[in-house]
Design a protein around this ligand. Structure first.
Ligand SMILES: NC(=O)c1ccc[n+]([C@@H]2O[C@H](COP(=O)([O-])OP(=O)(O)OC[C@H]3O[C@@H](n4cnc5c(N)ncnc54)[C@H](OP(=O)(O)O)[C@@H]3O)[C@@H](O)[C@H]2O)c1
Length: 261
């Protein structure tokens, strides 16, 4: 399997030699973004809070394609901790594209959980990329032509019962996308919004196997594409916003028509 080089066709060499940081790259959608960015010739740093998971993701990628050797690295960050985030960026230094897919498990039980727990739902998905953006801008870490892409879900527009704060977090990410696009310009800032996607996130969210199967069936029935979204499909949207130098302040919805059913 090949990877893009400076000699590749113009449409597939946008990321050759670019440094792409994927926070949340140890699993799910972020892992797939990392793999495709490597195929497009980028140097990729994978990050998440767990060293074992970061190391496993790096090894898995190297097994996928030996040509990735020398282009992948891994570094941990605890996105719940401001000092850890700042120290992470001090170690990373200048970069071309930030992809933020990190997210912890958010249980959809608004009435059962105390509000302090639910306030913390904003930490990893909303505050951590916002803190990162501000810090990277202050320290001059965005290279010319840089972009950042965050992640959210359609729960913002179609909340399910129990997920009031999940919807609030999703909406906040959508809004701050436009705010940061104006604030950081010419750095481009976008967000990818997804419906249900079959990833490791579900292991924490829906541990019961029967419940998981019922969720899959529900999602397929309530889609127009009539299949369950896979992380590889969602990764395409992140690659699009990284490569297209004229898109900023946008939330791209990749939800298989779920909002139209
Ligand atoms: N999958 C879906 O159905 C779905 C639907 C709508 C929206 N989304 C959103 O899309 C994003 C990506 O989802 P996904 O399905 O790819 O999730 P995933 O497979 O669970 O990946 C989440 C990543 O975040 C990292 N992470 C969690 N807590 C962290 C912390 N404190 N500091 C740093 N990294 C942390 C995880 O690694 P560690 O455990 O090693 O930290 C992992 O790499 C998430 O924001 C999610 O909420 C997903």
């Amino acid at each position: 399997m090949s990877v893009a080089t400076p000699q590749s066709a113009p449409s597939i060499r946008h990321l050759v030699g670019k440094f792409v940081v994927v926070v949340g790259g140890s699993s799910g959608v972020g892992y797939c973004v990392a793999r495709v960015a490597l195929e497009y010739g980028a140097k990729v740093l994978i990050s998440s809070s767990n060293q074992t998971k970061v190391d496993a993701a790096v090894s898995r990628l190297l097994k996928t394609n030996p040509l990735f050797d020398g282009s992948i690295s891994g570094l941990t960050v605890n996105a719940k901790d401001v000092k850890s985030i700042e120290s992470f960026w001090d170690k990373v230094g200048k970069f071309d594209h930030l992809v933020w897919t990190a997210g912890d498990s958010v249980r959809p039980d608004f009435m059962q959980q105390d509000i302090e727990t639910q306030k913390a739902f904003f930490d990893v998905r909303f505050w951590a990329p916002v803190i990162s953006a501000k810090y990277a801008q202050e320290k001059g870490l965005f290279n010319p032509g840089a972009s950042m892409t965050m992640s959210t879900g359609v729960v913002n527009r179609h909340p399910m019962k129990g997920f009031a704060i999940g919807a609030a977090v999703s909406g906040a990410i959508d809004s701050v996308t436009r705010g940061l696009a104006v604030e950081l310009a010419p750095v481009r800032v976008n967000t990818v919004s997804m419906g249900g996607v079959e990833t490791e996130l579900w292991d924490g969210l829906i541990p019961d196997i029967h419940m998981k199967e019922a969720t899959k069936k529900f999602l397929i029935e309530h889609s127009l594409v009539k299949h369950l979204a896979q992380p590889e499909e969602i990764a395409e949207a992140y690659l699009f916003v990284m490569k297209c130098t004229n898109v900023t302040g946008q939330t791209i919805e990749v939800e298989g028509g779920a909002l139209l059913t």
